[in-house]
Design a protein around this ligand. Structure first.
Ligand code: ATP
Ligand code: MG
Length: 277
């Protein structure tokens, strides 16, 4: 294991997730800072299942676009903790709240990194299922990494009928609500792309795009907006590349939505295409 619990000093709380707490810690011997996600031994089975899921996925992944796991601490008291790289600029959600909305240039850089992460995950048959600003971590180099795999799914078969309601329903794609999409044409990977599209819109506009600013939606209103409304789109005055990128992500028909690897060559994120103009 990368670090013994005894060599770690808790510095501060970084955030509370559902059931767990994330601390900033320092390894005494090296002085290096890490993030430590702790789930207590007496927490409920759902919470424990989620941390085991997250451990399983972090153990399998090795990408500069996915938060790096340095080790697992399994304490005798039953507490479980994941030691992760510390992302010193917080999440895209906190960045939005402190610095305000992001420019197209920043969003292009963010989208490229998230798409590299999603391409990696989808190639390894992992669906994240909870892509949103607060699950995308940032550091001072503006490196963006996908985190929080508590509700992710590993696809052991190509088509999987499992289409359960997990994740934050606000960012869920239309087909996730559709009972007819069980099995058959259900393409779980496309759900992550819808969530990415909503995330990019939110970071540009400064509020959750399916609801007017400041409004806290109830579940039914939200579901109606996702399933029966037009997909949200950008306001006037943005580049054609950005508008098209969002449209490719927010196709309601999941079979028409672009895949992560296709989007990597979209002019909005592909620097080659941009510099040729
Ligand atoms: P949320 O509902 O906000 O997504 P959660 O239950 O999903 O919470 P996490 O996302 O894993 O839990 O972590 C909670 C918070 O802790 C994050 O929103 C972030 O602010 C902080 N955090 C998590 N991991 C790290 C890290 N590696 N570096 C820095 N901060 C982190
Ligand atoms: Mg989270």
């Amino acid at each position: 294991s990368a670090a013994a619990a005894t060599d770690l000093e808790k510095l501060q709380v970084l955030g509370h997730g559902n059931g767990g707490t994330v601390y900033k810690v320092r390894q005494k011997r090296s002085g290096v800072a890490y993030a430590l996600k702790v789930v207590h031994g007496d927490s409920d089975p759902t919470v424990r299942r989620q941390i085991f899921r997250e451990m399983e996925i972090l153990r399998r992944t090795d990408s500069p676009y996915i938060v790096h796991c340095h080790g697992i601490l399994d304490e005798s008291c039953g507490d479980i903790a994941i030691l992760m790289e510390y992302m010193d600029a917080g999440t895209l959600d906190s960045l939005l709240k402190t610095n305000g909305t992001l420019s197209e240039t920043s969003l292009s850089n963010i989208a490229r990194q998230v798409l590299n992460g999603l391409t990696y995950l989808h190639t390894h048959k992992i669906i994240h299922r909870d892509i949103k600003p607060s699950n995308l971590l940032v550091n001072h180099n503006m490196e963006v990494k996908i985190s929080d795999f508590g509700v992710s799914k590993i696809m052991y078969r190509t088509l999987d009928p499992c289409n359960s309601y997990v994740g934050t329903c606000a960012y869920m794609s239309p087909e996730r609500f559709d009972p007819d999409s069980h099995g058959g044409n259900y393409n779980g990977y496309a759900g992550d792309i819808w969530s990415l599209g909503l995330t990019m819109l939110e970071l540009y506009m400064g509020h959750f795009p399916l609801m007017p600013p400041g409004q806290r939606p109830d579940w039914a209103t939200l579901m109606c907006a996702i399933c029966f409304g037009e997909p949200p789109s950008l306001p006037e005055g943005v580049s054609e590349e950005f508008r098209s990128f969002i449209e490719c992500c927010l196709q309601k028909d999941s079979t028409k939505r672009w895949t992560a690897s296709q989007l990597l060559s979209h002019p909005f994120v592909c620097s080659d295409a941009k510099s040729q103009k």
